[in-house]
Design a protein around this ligand. Sequence first.
Ligand code: SAM
Length: 354
Amino acid sequence: MAVTRFHLPVIGSVRPVEGPIGSEPLVDAFARRIRYLRVSVTDRCNYRCSYCMPEELGRDIVFQPRAAVLTFEEIVRLVGVFARLGVRKIRLTGGEPTVRKGIVELVGQVAAVPGIEQVVMTSNGHLLDELAAPLAAAGLSAVNISIDTLDAAKFARLTGRGDLARVLAGLAAARAAGLALKTNAVALRGVNDDELVALCEHAWAHGAVPRFIEHMPLSGGQLYAEHAELPAAAIRRTLERAFGALEPHAPLGHDAGPARYWAVAGHGDVGIISAMSEHFCDDCNRLRLTATGELHACLGHDDAVSLRDIVRAGGSDDDVIRAIAGAVVGKRAGHAFERNGSGAPQKHMIGIGG
Ligand code: SAM
């Protein structure tokens, strides 16, 4: 039965596939194979980072009512469908995933889905001091923790409500719990460009792989400032001056994300996510599911289809698969971000989860 009977809210180019589903529904028109799904479990966040969702934007955003957000049962069912299609890695994100009530149980349920090999998380770390051990026990294998600066006062300003000491306690707890660790810093000129070396040294000293992310223009480009952009090449130059040559590294794992990695002799690895200056769309292996069940095939476009509406209208797994296959077929070659901030989607990072 064709899924269009559900009167799907479809944004942009995504259309459910009609007729027979291909044998490889997760291979897109550019031969990219999807094995990785990012699931935002909430659009709420306990921080208000200036480049993501500052207080002003947070006041304007309409947060989703609880009834609009996918239940655990719905998330687990959808993850099961993706796993049947070949997805092996799930990243739980947000908003801030640790503020979702019952997150430990959710990790356990997702980790138990047949076919899922890795459940990982991206977090601001604020609640990890208490949650890292139970999350690891439930099946979480890795966490990426956002630490943009090691200066506590700057951290508090940058994150609006953040507490660096708590985040560092969260990092230590995650390490003690045996989670594989990466740190994420959005690299911004005039904000943390003087800390790139210190952020690397801190991460290595705490058993983590440091990563730097180029700022991307989401939210219609309203938070993007061209003058603040710190391109990957400038980041590498700074690190090479401090540590010597960076040796290009193979991706860390077969389901690695978009970061390019370098080995720094005598220290460890460092990753850079250069979505703007050296984009990596040709290697994109992921889809994104928002907290309200919208499936987005590209971070940089607003195209989406609501899997929640299919499920809540009584759709079968095949109906869900048709919608997923349609999103994959419609997956664009790449984002349209320009370094002047144009080409930005209207969606917010807080809704899609990075
Ligand atoms: N709350 C969690 C956290 O802080 O990591 C997960 C969600 S957050 C949206 C995921 C990642 O996206 C964080 O590392 C954050 O720094 C990054 N991020 C947010 N806005 C960004 C932007 N406009 N460009 C690049 N990265 C961004």
